[in-house]
Design a protein around this ligand. Structure first.
Ligand code: CP
Length: 361
């Protein structure tokens, strides 16, 4: 079954196909208004959300379909100990497609491996958020006219900001991409993204702690929130939460055509005074997210008619030989889940957890 767990599950051509569909929906919404009649989307949200859940629901309603689901873990049987695998099997009896958000990294992949319907990762812990990336890509496409030769500044919590990890993966496939990583030392991009994506693909990047110095060189400034819910220490969060606050003054040296993005919610990273700036694109990004989710639902439902079960390549994996110690991984809470590691770097014999991509140690 075709699912979307990581943005790299789709080729560049497929991402362009989604962008083209979304643009067509924007131009001709009436042509799509009954296309999912009789189909049901299940939104399984084990973690809070405003945009992702409600835009998925709006997307399905605007396609003429229906929605079932829950918006917090405590109102589902996971509160009684039901596993993600069993939840996915059960929901497959009720719905045609699942959108799942979960605090544990890899949970949507476990769901996809057990469901008989397509599963969409709507955010898994600090790991990935591929449908936010779809919203980001449509925003960049419409604002910049394409994806090539862009300098992308990513600012804030690059360690736990899952939207950043997915966006880097996506942008690394376009020619001429350059990346500026702006974060405090404590919130730097994880090494698996830096080494396996930026360095492996030869993407030029620089790291800095200084936002103002970086701004003039950017085509896109992607601000992010410090992810309070991923910290084990409240004191550490309080110390870092206001590391960067974008203000009109800080934008004085910025390009006229800078595109300012943020996946939202914002807490304090962008002053509301910036909202009036024509370069502020974050509320357009919200709207584009709905259209891209409409395009995604259409694509996965169409492919579900033809597909079999999710094809995870298990040829380079080890099962229950290495054990994942990441406390944020789905393996840390589901006792019966097999620990599966995949070979991610043959030369250096590096294995990473199939679900959360943590390195074996
Ligand atoms: N951008 C985003 O994922 O927002 P929500 O947490 O509100 O869904």
């Amino acid at each position: 079954m075709r699912s979307l767990i990581d943005v790299l599950d789709f080729s560049v051509e497929e991402l362009q196909e989604l962008i083209d569909t979304a643009n067509d929906i924007i131009a001709r919404p009436e042509a799509y208004s009954q296309i999912c009649r009789g189909k049901k989307l299940a939104t399984l949200f084990f973690e809070p959300s405003t945009r992702t859940r409600l835009s998925f629901e709006a997307a399905m309603y605007e396609l003429g379909g229906q929605v079932i689901g829950f918006s917090e873990a405590n109102s589902s049987s996971s509160a009684k100990g039901e596993s993600v695998a069993d939840t996915a099997k059960v929901i497959s009896c009720y719905a045609d497609i699942i959108a799942m958000r979960h605090p544990k990294e890899g949970a949507p992949l476990v769901a996809a491996m057990n469901a008989s319907i397509p599963v969409i990762n709507a955010g898994d812990g600090g790991h990935n958020h591929p449908t936010q990336t779809l919203a980001d890509l449509l925003t960049i496409y419409r604002e910049k006219g394409g994806f090539e030769n862009l300098t992308l500044g990513l600012c804030g919590d690059l360690k736990y900001g899952r939207t950043v990890h997915s966006l880097i993966n996506a942008m690394s496939r376009y020619a001429g991409t350059r990346v500026v990583l702006i974060s405090p030392e404590e919130l730097k991009l994880p090494s698996y993204v830096k080494k396996d994506v930026l360095e492996a693909k030869g993407i030029p990047y620089e790291q800095t702690t200084n936002l103002e110095e970086a701004i003039p060189g950017l085509d896109i400034l992607y601000m992010t929130r410090v992810q309070r819910e991923r910290f084990f220490s409240p004191e550490e969060y309080l110390r870092l939460k206001d590391s960067y606050i974008l203000t009109p003054e800080k934008l004085r040296g910025a390009r006229e055509d800078l595109c300012i993005m943020h996946p939202l919610p914002r807490v304090n990273e962008i002053s509301v005074a910036v909202d009036e700036d024509p370069r502020a694109c974050y509320f357009k990004q919200v709207l584009y997210g709905k259209y891209m989710r409409m395009a995604l639902i259409l694509k996965l439902l169409k492919e579900a008619k033809a597909a079999g079960k999710l094809g995870v390549d298990m040829s380079q994996t080890l099962t229950d030989v290495l054990f994942c110690r990441n406390p944020r991984c789905i393996c840390s809470v589901e006792q019966e889940l097999k620990h599966v590691f995949k070979l991610s770097d043959r030369e250096n014999k590096v294995y990473r957890c199939l679900y959360c991509e943590a390195k074996a140690n």
